[in-house]
Design a protein around this ligand. Structure first.
Ligand SMILES: Nc1ncnc2c1ncn2[C@@H]1O[C@H](COP(=O)(O)OP(=O)(O)OP(=O)(O)O)[C@@H](O)[C@H]1O
Ligand SMILES: [Mg+2]
Length: 297
């Protein structure tokens, strides 16, 4: 029975080690994927700024970490398998030696010895399987934890009342907001009346964030945003979004023609509407270029 105690201690130690290595392995794997995704999408930028070497070095560094962790994982799990086999193998060798000697001196019958040997292997076999299952379980725990993080997220609720737009007045009242505990908006007050309004501020001062808050992409920490007196958090998100259009400064074009891309805005739009929108977009772009000039001056 003594190898079993050793066996469980070993499984416990190696199980924990494998779990922590697997955790690092998944993190490294995820960072390599996000690095690739980011870098493949900015290849022209990397070339224009002559950053090939810099990008290659960063990738090599990440691959080095990944390689190190993979080797560590393989070494640890191989060591675990070898030590488990050793712990179960040594008693068998001892039994054969000790039992064989007893059979030779006649104090044990060959039948009893053979039966004992086969009982021993029948007994050890599920224990060795148990150890394998335990380490597999431990190595899959980090992956399970990552999935659980996503599964535990609260689904977006689409509850609340419908919104009624009358004059389209938007009021930010003492709005506070932070990204990862970094305060961006600190008690912002602003009123936007119907018509053309501007938000002017330094880079990174929180202009786009204000618009994202207006679309309920993030919840306001403190204060409120009201459209015609209706607090946006009390309104159905779907209803709110129907009344807002937004063009980000880094527009994304879906794979398809410009015609199809414009159509995404209103899926049942007629051809004339799309052509009208295209003309309007050209006009807005000219206007934007003009505004940039004004702001720079
Ligand atoms: N998703 C995010 N997670 C963490 N920080 C963010 C996130 N989005 C923006 N930030 C940070 O919040 C600050 C405000 O960003 P925001 O995009 O609102 O600024 P902005 O005024 O629109 O800037 P710009 O003039 O460059 O468009 C910046 O410092 C930015 O780095
Ligand atoms: Mg912005």
């Amino acid at each position: 029975m003594s190898p079993i105690v050793l066996f469980f201690i070993l499984s416990h130690i190696f199980g924990n080690r494998i779990e922590s290595i697997q955790n690092k392995f998944l993190e490294s794997n995820a960072s390599i994927y996000s690095f690739l995704k980011e870098n493949l999408s900015i290849i022209p930028l990397i070339k224009v700024f002559n950053l090939e070497k810099w990008s290659k070095n960063r990738f090599s560094k990440q691959m080095g970490v990944y390689y190190g962790i993979s080797i560590n994982y393989t070494k640890t799990s191989s060591l675990n398998t070898s030590l488990s086999s050793l712990i179960l193998g040594v008693p068998i060798v001892l039994l054969i030696t000790f039992g064989g000697y007893k059979v030779l001196d006649g104090s044990l019958s060959l039948g009893t010895f053979t039966a004992f040997m086969s009982y021993t292997s029948i007994f050890f076999s599920p224990i060795s399987q148990l150890s394998r299952i335990w380490t597999t379980y431990k190595s899959s725990l980090p992956a399970f934890d990552r999935i659980k993080e996503v599964m535990d997220m609260e689904p977006e609720k689409n509850v609340g009342r419908n919104i009624t737009i009358t004059s389209g007045e938007i009021i930010f009242e003492n709005v506070w907001f932070s990204y990862d505990n970094r305060p961006i908006l600190k008690g912002v007050n602003a009123t936007f009346k119907k018509g053309l309004n501007y938000i002017v501020g330094d880079n990174g001062s929180g202009k786009s964030t204000m618009l994202k808050l207006l679309c309920l992409l993030y919840p306001v920490e403190k204060g409120s945003i009201k459209i015609d007196g209706q607090n946006i958090v009390e309104v159905k998100r779907e209803e709110l979004i129907k009344n807002i259009s937004m063009i980000f400064s880094d527009p994304y074009l879906f794979d398809g023609s410009i015609y199809e891309n414009i159509k995404i805005g209103t899926l049942n739009a007629k051809k004339e509407d799309i052509i009208h929108a295209a003309n309007w977009l050209i006009y807005m772009n000219l206007l934007k270029a003009h505004q940039i000039n004004i702001i720079q001056k």
